[in-house]
Design a protein around this ligand. Structure first.
Ligand code: FAD
Length: 506
């Protein structure tokens, strides 16, 4: 039974989760002062829970706003990257792009704990849409370089595969593992799965759509099913590669998003811990003594300041922390270099009509491409049938992201629009404005998220999960939920639990 339960826990189906709610910090804070570095979700989670438990909390945040990576660009949002490109978002009122986090899995119970507790309204995030196109140029055959609906590829490859296996099973070629009734059931499953005809052939399915849609009245139209693509063409296209995109642990077909932008989560935290945050305070030095921690910072006017506390919880990304004068042991400092941070680009493109809905009947989801620097184009899961919309013009990583981010914002937009035009003929004519963001060029992040390799996870990661003197680290980088808000929140929960246990013992 315990094996079954732990297996279920690992799959996220567990009935009780250690990561479902914050630790209970009972027993008193004993006038303990904690300085928290960074007002992202890890920092604000810690500030919220520690202050509720009676701790005296001060947060130092380099930016002029809280949320860290949990940002949403809308009218008036400003960003200057490390190359010096300045942008002010000029989207129409009500339109926005989540330049950082944008979707929440159902099993991120820690993130959902706070959206529920703080009353942040959620809506569905369409993470998979059979009507959306796949655009693969690098494949071969007639489907290469042609937008093809994902549902058509899915139906065809599933159908042809089912046909092959059903015919083999029926001819006795699969008899080794299957006999008698099992074989019958298996063939029945394949017929059902692949929508096969009685002769076990795949001839298409109405799920792919009709050339003339059924309608009302006495003349509903011929309702002819669209013919399937040839098996070889589907295989040659490479478009089937996208079909596993929602079969992993992290991605599901339907996910969640806060209505009005992901930063609604940050704002909900800020409402509760805002008075504890000192904005524009760029941490420059962290010094420890046997009795406390002193953090030196530069304020928004460039003036130096200092905060002393009993403990420090630092949520500054390791990519940035590595460059700060830090009083920690040599192994701890060395461990900070055991991780790389991912270059990540996003661009929001404001379109004057929602042509993807009006002309192509695609409501949300992703257009997967093999276009370098684009990767995917995503259609908004909000504002359905409105007049305008902001779509995500690229979501690219690694070297390709670095190449595009070296361009000016106008060049990035032109690049994204030219690529999108290959999929939607209406793209360029509808394009109005853009806002792009490159996380590796964001001064206080220097990368989208921590990417631990095997050696780093084994050798460096455990060192950083433990305190060094009076210094504790937290953030998405100290979790196995890297690149997710839940990682930041749960890491904060873990570390404040440790601080509290130490304070309680002292
Ligand atoms: C493109 C992208 C897509 C993502 N998609 C998703 C998603 O769909 N769903 C999801 O749940 N998560 C997603 N994430 C991950 C999620 O955004 C992060 O895991 C989470 O927000 C990290 O929180 P944090 O508190 O650990 O770090 P941060 O949010 O980075 O907070 C660190 C804080 O430290 C501050 N700081 C840095 N240097 C200093 C300094 N010297 N002095 C003072 N303060 C400093 C920063 O300004 C920042 O506020 C995505 C992230 C990115 C970049």
């Amino acid at each position: 039974m315990s094996l079954v339960l732990s297996g279920m826990e690992a799959l996220g189906y567990g009935i009780a989760s250690a990561t479902e709610r914050p630790p209970e910090l009972t027993g008193g804070a004993k006038n303990t002062k904690i300085v928290i570095l960074g007002a992202g979700l890890a920092g604000m989670t810690a500030a919220y829970e520690l202050s509720k438990a009676g701790y005296q909390v001060q947060v130092l945040e380099a930016r002029a706003f809280a949320g860290g990576r949990c940002q949403t660009a809308r009218k008036g949002f400003k960003h200057t990257d490390l190359i010096g490109h300045e942008q002010t978002c000029d989207f129409d009122d009500g339109l926005y792009i989540n330049v950082g986090p944008w979707r929440i899995p159902y099993h991120h119970r820690s993130t959902l704990h706070y959206t529920k507790a703080f009353g942040v309204p959620l809506e569905s995030f369409v993470n998979d849409n059979d009507a959306a196109y796949v655009y693969f140029e690098k494949g071969a055959g007639p489907l290469a370089g042609k937008p093809v609906r994902k549902g058509e590829i899915a139906a065809d490859i599933r159908g042809y595969t089912a046909e092959l296996v059903a015919k083999a099973a029926s001819a006795g070629a699969l008899d080794a593992p299957l006999t008698g009734l099992d074989r019958e059931k298996f063939i029945a499953y394949l017929v059902n799965e692949g929508r096969l005809s009685k002769d076990l052939a795949y001839k298409g399915t109405e799920g792919r759509g009709f050339s003339v849609n059924p309608g009302a009245g006495v003349n509903p139209g011929p309702g002819k099913e669209l013919p399937p693509y040839a098996f070889k063409d589907v295989l040659d296209s490479g478009a089937w590669k996208v079909l596993s995109s929602v079969t992993g642990y992290e991605q599901q077909r339907t996910m969640l998003q806060p209505a009005g932008g992901m930063d609604q989560i940050a704002k909900a935290f800020e409402k509760r811990v805002g008075p504890m945050i000192r904005y524009g305070a760029v941490v420059q030095k962290i010094k420890q003594s046997p009795s406390g921690v002193t953090v030196a910072f530069k304020d928004a006017d460039g003036k130096p300041g200092e905060v002393t506390a009993d403990y420090c919880l630092c949520t500054i990304p390791l990519s940035v922390l590595k460059q700060i004068d830090l009083d920690a042991s040599a192994p701890f400092k060395a461990a900070m270099s055991g991780v790389a941070y991912a270059p990540v680009n996003k661009i929001g493109l404001q379109m004057k009509t929602r042509f993807w809905e009006e002309k192509h009947h695609i409501y949300g989801g992703h257009i997967y491409t093999d276009l370098a620097g684009i990767n995917s184009i995503s259609l908004p899961s909000t504002g359905w049938q409105g007049e305008k919309g902001v779509l995500l013009g690229y979501y690219a990583f690694g070297g390709e992201a670095a190449k595009i981010s070296a361009k000016t914002p106008a060049e990035r937009a032109a690049f994204a629009v030219a690529a999108g035009q290959k999929v939607f003929p209406e793209y360029a004519d509808n394009f109005e404005k853009a806002f792009s963001f490159s996380w590796h060029l964001a001064e206080y992040n220097l990368g989208g998220w921590a990417e631990w390799g095997e050696t780093g996870r084994k050798d460096s990661y455990p060192i950083l999960c433990e305190p060094d003197g009076r210094l504790y680290l937290a953030g998405e980088h100290l979790s196995y939920l890297g690149g997710w808000q839940a990682g930041a929140i749960e890491s904060a929960w873990q570390q404040i639990g440790k601080i509290h246990a130490r304070v309680s013992k002292a």
